[in-house]
Design a protein around this ligand. Structure first.
Ligand SMILES: N[C@@H](CCC(=O)N[C@@H](CS)C(=O)NCC(=O)O)C(=O)O
Length: 146
């Protein structure tokens, strides 16, 4: 249901291959078939900050515009979509499941900095060689555990 031109929900994102944050919000809307229009911003150009600034004072993508409402930050967008459009179905039905899912999501959201820095998302990358520091190994192991 994506790229519905004129839809009141507009998701402003970067590149889905390089911006895992953008992909996260996009997947939430697309997987649950919530109608939205996708607006792409080129990241890492001289105009990026000014372009994103037109949509959000936070200066980052993803940003969701739903009519007059502006929601920024991927997790806040997912929460909002779950509440407004899915009657909470974005999270597991049972309380323990929700607690577990929220723990995993927020751990990822607020951590894993070494992994992000050393292995930025690029789904198309092949044969990427990265030096694995002990901290990087620890964070990779943590993702596998999650
Ligand atoms: N924690 C934020 C991170 C958002 C973020 O860092 N977005 C990057 C793209 S991956 C961005 O907008 N970069 C543009 C810039 O900093 O100029 C979220 O979950 O939405």
């Amino acid at each position: 249901m994506r790229n519905h031109r004129g839809s009141p929900q507009k998701l402003i994102i970067g590149n889905k291959n390089y911006s895992s944050w953008s992909l996260r919000a996009w997947l939430m809307l697309a997987a649950f078939e919530v109608s939205f229009e996708e607006l792409k911003v080129n990241l890492s150009t001289a105009e990026t900050a000014a372009t994103i600034g037109r949509y959000s004072s936070a200066g980052k993508v993803p940003v969701l515009h739903d009519g007059e409402l502006v929601v920024w930050d991927s997790l806040a967008i997912c929460e909002y979509v779950s509440e407004k459009y899915l009657n909470g179905r974005g999270w597991p039905e049972d309380m323990e499941g929700r607690a577990m899912a929220r723990s995993c999501s927020t751990e990822m959201h607020s951590g894993l900095f070494t992994l992000r820095e050393a292995m930025p998302m690029n789904c198309r990358a092949t044969n990427r060689r990265v030096e694995r520091s002990p901290q990087l190994e620890k964070e990779i192991a943590r993702v596998i555990t999650l």
